[in-house]
Design a protein around this ligand. Structure first.
Ligand code: UDP
Length: 252
């Protein structure tokens, strides 16, 4: 929210086109404000927290690119996206998915909005739900399920019955984005967001990078040091991505 001479202007959300995909956001708080409106909206909205690996996926997977193009809001999660937008002349604040989702949970608890959580291993989601219930007063989790299921329709049915206003989906990308996209015509109004490894963090299974890494935008470096197998996944994608950003003609 922005206040100018006592006039309250809600919901000013800038959008920037980055290689054919619209990224929304100016600041963390602006994105949140917009998400709160989407939670109250009368349709299902998909929120994507994008990073360079998802761009790489969209390049080879046209269906995934379509999902991204149809999302109601895409926020700049990875530091690579922030740098890319900076190269294009736009200074935006990063919106780390794990913090964004956690703030949405707090808001839902305060505003009496039921939530649902899907994803991660059984013991991880159980522990994450237990921790969240302890930490967040008045939290109303109407449904949760681990992320290892064969039939999406069974989960959609449960979501339909429990009618949450916020659905957090942690199946990793692109699986979570497809799961959400396919739910759009089935579920009652709600905001659905892919939250990647957030349940691993909230359950205490994976430690978040120390604040110094987070503030410097180097959370990816910390995660790579802790899980060296991530190096292969992250390293070629970021420099490749930035090179493409530099050479891409946006009107193409
Ligand atoms: N996951 C899941 N079902 C699957 C595949 C993955 O629930 O079929 C979960 C996995 O247990 C983990 C999360 O999805 O909790 C993915 O985490 P990852 O670190 O890959 O996500 P990122 O944050 O890197 O997108």
């Amino acid at each position: 929210m922005i206040v100018i001479f006592d006039i309250y202007i809600y919901n000013i959300l800038m959008s920037y086109k980055l290689m054919g995909i619209k990224i929304d956001g100016e600041s963390f708080i602006c994105s949140l404000d917009h998400a709160f409106n989407l939670i109250n909206d009368d349709k299902v909205s998909q929120v994507v927290t994008i990073n360079p690996e998802m761009y790489a996926q969209a390049e080879t997977d046209i269906e995934f690119k379509k999902v991204l193009q149809k999302a109601e809001m895409i926020v700049p999660d990875g530091i690579g996206i922030k740098i890319a937008l900076k190269i294009k002349g736009h200074d935006v604040e990063r919106v780390p998915g794990v913090d964004f989702a956690r703030t949405l949970i707090d808001w839902c608890a305060k505003n009496n909005k039921p939530i649902a959580i899907i994803g991660a291993k059984e013991e991880v989601i159980n522990k994450a739900v237990e921790n969240l219930k302890k930490e967040v007063e008045n939290l109303n989790i109407v449904y949760y399920h681990n992320g290892y299921f064969d039939d999406n329709n069974e989960i959609y049915e449960k979501l339909k019955e429990s009618a949450p206003r916020l659905v957090l989906v942690a199946l990793g990308s692109p699986k979570q984005e497809f799961f959400i996209y396919n739910a759009k015509n089935i579920l009652p109004p709600c905001l659905m967001i892919g939250i990647g490894g957030s349940l691993d963090v909230w359950s205490g299974t994976v430690r978040r990078a120390p604040k110094i890494f987070q503030n410097l935008g180097l959370e990816w470096l910390y995660r790579t040091i802790c899980q060296p197998e991530r190096f292969k996944r992250i390293f070629p994608s970021i420099p490749k991505f930035l090179w493409k950003v530099i050479t891409y003609k946006e009107d193409k």
